[in-house]
Design a protein around this ligand. Sequence first.
Ligand code: SF4
Length: 253
Amino acid sequence: MESKKRLYIGLLAGSLLFILILTGLVWFLVINRDIILSQIILIVLVALAVILFLILGISILAIVIMIIRSKTIPSLENITFLANELLFPLTLFIGKILGIRKEKILSSYIAVNNYLIRAKDAYIPSSKIMILLPHCLQDSDCKIKITNDINNCKNCGKCKIGELKELAIKYNADIRVVTGGTLARKHITDTRPEGVVAVACERDLSVGIHDTGLLPVIGVLNCRPNGPCYNTDVNITEVENAIITLSKGGILH
Ligand code: SF4
């Protein structure tokens, strides 16, 4: 087996072994709980589980309170981020068991994220905002290369790229067209924006929001009248509202 595949298979086997050892350890401690050391380790394990449960519980409660108050609680932002990190794969798994469509869960995740970003008091100069667009917004017959520089677009009106370019000029925001998450991450790493307005489908947006950590990202879902990844569309007003939300209405040059 080549080393590329060996790594993943090795990690899978390692994870299974870890669960097996942990289960074996708990079982051993439980059946030998008359030994003092077993009792101490059991208490430590239970205490750690309770602390983790409390942290996750508090962070979910914090998210609900932030939504109700329409205001974030800055001191709790880090643990809400932690809860999202830890519980995100689990929510998808539970959703799958309950037969809820993945897109529906991801769309809800994006809506909660957007709401929490709106509730923040942060004011980001519009010149520090990056607008990230998927390549599939470009008309498929257009041969102009816009991933290197969106200014190559002639604004012919066949797709929304031209209007989005004008929007970026209006707000003096940075705007990039990307072919995938890798290029999006590269632009963010190179340019270090203070906020991002990202247009994409549910999957790409949720992964992107997840990957960018604490960087405020407002996700705008694209429309797919021709199926996924082909001649997609977006509501310009929604993109503009996202810029206004991040910059609190201010156009700063
Ligand atoms: S608006 Fe720009 S990107 Fe879209 S088809 Fe016209 S020239 Fe090409």
